[in-house]
Write a protein that binds this ligand. Structure first.
Ligand SMILES: Cc1cc2nc3c(=O)[nH]c(=O)nc-3n(C[C@H](O)[C@H](O)[C@H](O)COP(=O)(O)OP(=O)(O)OC[C@H]3O[C@@H](n4cnc5c(N)ncnc54)[C@H](O)[C@@H]3O)c2cc1C
Length: 650
């Protein structure tokens, strides 16, 4: 169902809950305001793409594939950029889009895959954060709720969808008053939004909505609404939209040092982890948007003012039929809250909150993390979950601000922007939901350092790739199903992942009908999606496809091992893999899954980390056979010492 009006409450509940989400749009989604004027003279990059007709992509999808990548590597060193952004998580990608859509020339550099850090490992909620109300942080909640409305209504309605949550109550009077007041305030702070308001439920009402709850553990409950997103796909959409507005984007390129003009940062020295090539990328301003890597990157330029510490949170994924319920759950824990979130034909359960000082790229979930979540969730479930019910486990690291200098940290209390060295601006903290505000704040500071007039941010009216024309496609989904021969459920699955770019996948299937078949071992995904991941979405390794373009690695009991071979064979011609490369990719993936499984049987973080480190990173060029970093020559000829080497030396 789609509507341009505020939804009918009962219809919304009925139609959302079985996992077929409701998507709301308003007409501004379809405005052509996403297209902006030509870039300034220093831009050496893509021009904004052509307009297309009749609700199809207003922005021509910019292909991310190996050929394009090679051309981008060449272009990256050709002329200076206005701004280079380090870090391809949601904050870096959002910053690249903000800067590009203001007309600046931008390069975005990511050391691994898009969203491979925290931005693919969150709880996937686009929310105001009900619990921040207890800290009386009303401004923050209001800001996040307003971003939620913007994302749902205008920026990416194909990716963000509403979710109802139930809060079970254990005490009938004071708790109902307390939580009821909180949810009422939450609705109030959200202002006018297309989601229903909170509702009080009796015990019977709760059981009707969620029969899998233990009746003896509650006296009733409250229902309120938030939203969810596939975080990795959303970050990828930001990257591709930034490209459509002229940004150059490079994954598998690691920044290893800063270029300097006197004491001023004037660019980055980076290494392509696929080819070993060193790149000197010049820029007027550099933005450090590296999440939990903030301090290491900052230390390359001297001491910074913002410090980030990592806090680990893990999630479990279980099949939808293991818990009998129609909505999400939010439960109180000693430290925070625990979510049980509907996720298509699965549930996501999380999360934990513990300090983490070990490997930042591959945080590991231990057996005690898993036991903790099972124990908590089982305390309210009528049929307890067992270890055998777990399909997938993932761990992420929150980039939490610590010890920033209040005088220099600006803007919202949740994130900070600081310029500690001339030419280098750091942005850190915040949460997924507020990435756009963080991006706007940091580009405002970038603009001060440029010798040109820079327009105001326009990302609030810049829909992401796949959003323009989405509504028209959704309305025509039956016709699309009939024309393509695919089931309507498959068309809906595609529309909610690719929006109006679904047409690209249907074109692929028309040219090669076998791409319309499901993937062996992961039948909710089509072969066309795997093909598209490599031909349009910048996937360079098997892991990118099974973990982030799709979620096969956490949505199947064998964690994608069966799907790995057919996936590798499908993308081999696009990615130029010979038989040895195919076996190498499968071997890597297999080793990663085994190492993760072993880590999840370890009693604590240290042993879990050691087990996880048993599998090497697939992007390990620059590491010798023993996993140690090599140093390399930059294209300027100076010796560049890798970040990890510096960290070890410190
Ligand atoms: C368990 C958990 C649950 C969460 N749930 C939610 C939620 O439901 N809703 C919400 O709003 N927020 C949530 N968050 C917070 C949110 O996920 C993060 O705030 C956000 O993803 C951080 O994005 P980022 O871009 O700052 O960092 P990242 O996504 O980590 O991106 C930083 C990138 O920098 C790259 N990088 C580092 N060093 C270099 C280098 N030298 N060269 C090139 N690239 C480099 C990294 O590879 C990485 O990809 C959650 C976080 C966690 C951990």
């Amino acid at each position: 169902m789609i509507g341009t009006q505020a939804p009918d409450h009962t219809r919304l509940e009925r139609e959302t809950c079985p996992g077929i989400p409701v998507i709301f749009l308003n007409d501004s989604t379809h405005s052509a305001s996403a297209i902006h004027g030509p870039h300034n003279e220093t831009s050496v990059l893509h021009r904004p793409a052509k307009l297309t007709i009749e609700g199809r992509n207003i922005l021509d999808p910019v292909h991310l594939n190996p050929e394009q990548r090679m051309a981008d590597l060449d272009r990256s060193t050709a002329a200076p950029f206005d701004v280079v952004v380090i870090g391809g998580g949601v904050v870096g990608a959002g910053t690249a889009l903000d800067a590009a859509s203001r007309g600046l020339s931008v390069a975005l550099i990511e050391q691994r895959d898009w969203a491979s850090g925290t931005s693919s490992r969150s709880s996937k909620l686009i929310h105001g954060g009900l619990r921040y109300l207890e800290q009386l942080d009303f401004r923050l909640v209001r800001e996040a709720l307003s971003e939620q409305t913007l994302l749902l209504d205008r920026l990416c309605p194909h990716l963000v969808r509403p979710v109802p949550f139930l809060i079970p109550l254990r005490h009938s009077v004071w708790e109902r008053i307390y939580i009821g007041a909180g949810t009422a305030l939450y609705d109030l702070l959200a202002g006018r939004r297309a989601l229903p308001r909170h509702r009080h439920l009796s015990r019977r009402g709760m059981l009707k909505r969620f029969p899998g709850l233990r009746a003896d553990r509650m006296v009733g409950g409250i229902q309120y609404w938030d939203a969810q997103v596939d975080d990795a796909r959303h970050t990828l959409a930001l990257v591709r939209t930034a490209r459509a507005h002229g940004a150059l984007t490079l994954s598998s390129v690691r920044v290893e040092d800063f270029l300097k003009s006197g004491s001023r940062v004037s660019g980055v020295s980076a290494r392509c982890l696929e080819t070993g090539r060193m790149l000197s990328i010049r820029a007027s301003q550099v933005v450090n948007a590296t999440g939990v890597w903030t301090d290491s990157v900052q230390s390359l330029a001297g001491r910074g003012r913002i410090h980030v510490r990592a806090s680990k949170g893990i999630h479990l994924v279980v099949p939808r039929d293991r818990i009998h319920g129609d909505a999400g759950l939010i439960l109180r824990t000693e430290k925070s809250v625990l979510f049980v979130i509907p996720w298509e034909s699965h549930w996501i359960i999380g999360t934990t909150d513990t300090d983490w000082n070990l490997d930042l790229a591959h945080p590991a979930a231990s057996q005690s993390d898993i036991d903790y979540l099972l124990e908590r969730v089982n305390s309210v479930l009528a049929s307890p979950l067992r270890h055998e019910d777990i399909e997938g486990v993932y761990a992420g690291l929150r980039p939490l601000l610590s010890g920033e200098d209040d005088a220099t940290s600006q803007l919202s209390r949740e994130h900070a922007v600081s310029q500690s060295v001339s030419g280098l601006i750091t942005v850190a903290g915040g949460k997924y939901t507020t990435y756009r505000i963080m991006a706007k704040d940091v580009v405002d500071i970038v603009a001060h350092g440029l010798e040109q007039r820079v327009p105001e941010s326009c990302t609030h009216e810049t829909p992401l790739l796949g959003a323009p024309g989405f509504r028209a496609h959704w309305n025509r989904r039956e016709e699309l199903a009939e024309r393509s021969g695919l089931h309507i459920v498959v068309i809906e699955h595609l529309l909610q992942r690719y929006g109006s770019c679904t047409q690209d996948l249907l074109d692929l299937i028309e040219d090669s009908p076998s791409l319309g078949e499901p993937i062996e071992g992961a039948p909710t995904y089509l072969a066309a999606e795997i093909h598209y991941a490599a031909s349009h979405e910048g996937a360079l390794h098997l892991d990118d496809i099974l973990t982030r373009r799709t979620r096969i690695s956490i949505e199947t009991f064998d964690r994608g091992l069966t799907a790995a071979r057919s996936t590798a064979l499908l993308v081999a011609p696009i990615l130029g893999w010979d038989q040895a490369a195919i076996e190498r990719e499968i071997g890597h993936y297999d080793a990663r899954v085994r190492a993760e499984r072993e880590s999840q049987e370890q009693p604590n973080d240290r042993t879990a980390d050691a087990a996880r480190m048993g599998a090497m990173d697939v992007r390990r060029l620059g590491l010798d056979g023993d996993g140690n970093n090599r140093s390399a020559k930059s294209s300027h000829g100076s010796e560049v010492v890798s970040l990890d080497e510096r960290r070890k030396a410190e």
